[in-house]
Write a protein that binds this ligand. Sequence first.
Ligand code: AMP
Ligand code: ZN
Length: 464
Amino acid sequence: MRVYNTLTKKIEDFIPFEEGKVRMYTCGPTVYDYAHIGNLRTYIFEDILEKSLKYIGYEVYRVMNITDVGHLTSDGDTGEDKMAKGALRAGKTVKETAEYYTEAFFKDCEKLNIKKPAVVSPASEHIDTYIKMITKLLDEGFAYESNGNIYFDISKAKDYYRLSGKNPEDLLVGARDSVEEDLSKKNPADFALWFTTSKFQNQEMKWDSPWGVGYPGWHIECSGISGKYLGEYLDIHCGGVDNIFPHHTNEIAQSEAYFGHKWCNYWMHGEYLNDATGKMSKSKGEFLTVSLLEEKGYDPLAYRYYCLGSHYRNPLTFTWEGLDGAANAYKKLKTRIKNLDRTPDLNENKTDAYQVRFKEAIKNDLNTSTMMTLVYDVLKDEELSDFSKLYLMDSFDKVLGLNLIEEEAEVDEELEKEILAKIEERNQAKKDKDYAKADEIRNSLLEKGIKLIDSREGTTYELI
Ligand code: AMP
Ligand code: ZN
C-alpha cells in the first residue's frame, strides 16, 4: 500500500513495524458539543482506512481517545476550557456533558457505518499514565515547572517543527500577540503538560499530582493513551489537518522524548469539510449535524456517499446541491442493486479481477473515488452475472460501508403467526357482516406497518 505521509510530505510504501499487523491511533472527539459533519468526514476517512487495511489483509488494532479534559479553545495553552464551556451551556456537570456527547457521537458514527475502534478510552481515566510520563520528562530535562504549570521545553525536542513544516519565527510573532500567554515560559511555543489550579480556579475535574492539584494538557493524553495500548512503536496516527499543529507536533515531541526513539512512522491527515464561510467548526456555533440531515429527510449514508466522492486529502466544500446529488445517486445505486437477480452463478475469474482492481484503488493512497467508479463499472459490465455483481457489491461494501446489499427482510415466526391469526379473525368478522370490526383489524395492522392485500385467492400481507 502507498500512502501520503505528512511527516515526509511524500507518498510512500506502507511498511508496518510488525509484518501483517497495523497499530493505529486516531484522535477522538472533544465531547463538549455534538460532532458536526466536518468532524465526521475525518472519522469516515479513518474508518475507510481501517477497513481498507483489513481488506488488503492486515490485522488492525486501533485505539481512540475521548477528549473530556484539557482541550482549550485555542488548541494551545490559551483561551477557555472547552469542556467547562460546554457544561455551562448545557447546565450540566463536565462529566455529564462528556457522557452525553460521547453517546451522541457514537450514535452518529453508527448511522454513518463508522466502526468503533477496538479501544475507545476517555482521557480522564488515565491520569496516572500522564503523571508517570511527565515525571520522566521532568527527570530527563525535557520539561520544567513554571508558574505552577509543567511545560515541555521544545528546544529539547528533535526537529520540533518537522511534521508541520512551520516557520518558528512566524509562530513567535503569533505567540507574542497573545496576551494570555504565560510569559514565564522559556520559549513561547513551549506547551503545557500539566496545569495546576493556576489556570482555571473553578476547574471541575482535577487530580492530585506531584506538582499540585490540577489537570493534564490536551496533547499528553494522546501520547499517554496510545503508548498505554499500542506500545512504543506506532504505525499510523491520524486526525484532521488542524491537528498537525500544535497537537500532533506536540505528541511527537513528548512521545519521542519519553520513549527515547522515533515513535510513529506514518502520519495521515484528512482535509477539511468547509462551508460557504470556510472550515466547519464547533466554535462558530452554527454547524451541521447528522440529526439535522435526518430532520431534513436525508439518509446519513448519503452523506457518507458524498464524502467518498472526493479524496480525503482534498478539501470538500459542503453544498446542499452536492448532498442532493449524492442522495439521488445513492438511492438509484441501491435500487439498481436491489433489482439484481440473486440466483447463484459466480463468474470467479472476473470477480477476482475486479477485487484486484479494488485493492489497487485502496493501495493508491486510499482512492475512494476510483473505488466508487469500480462499483459502477461492475454494475455496467454485461459479461458479469447478476450474482457476481451482488458478490462484488458485498465485498466492496466491507470498505465502503454504504449498506449496498440490504438483507431481504425476514419475518419472524411469532409475528407471522400473529398476523395470520388476525387475518383469520378478520375473515370471520366479514362472514359475520361485522365490517366495523374487520376494518378495525385492518387499520390496527396498518398502523404497525403491516398492509393487508385482499384478492380472489384470499388475504395476504406486506410489510411496509
Ligand atoms: P474535535 O472534536 O474538535 O477534537 O475534532 C475531532 C476531529 O475532527 C479532529 O480530528 C479534527 O481534526 C477534525 N475536524 C475538525 N473540524 C473539521 C472539519 N471542518 N473538517 C474535517 N475534519 C475536522
Ligand atoms: Zn490527539
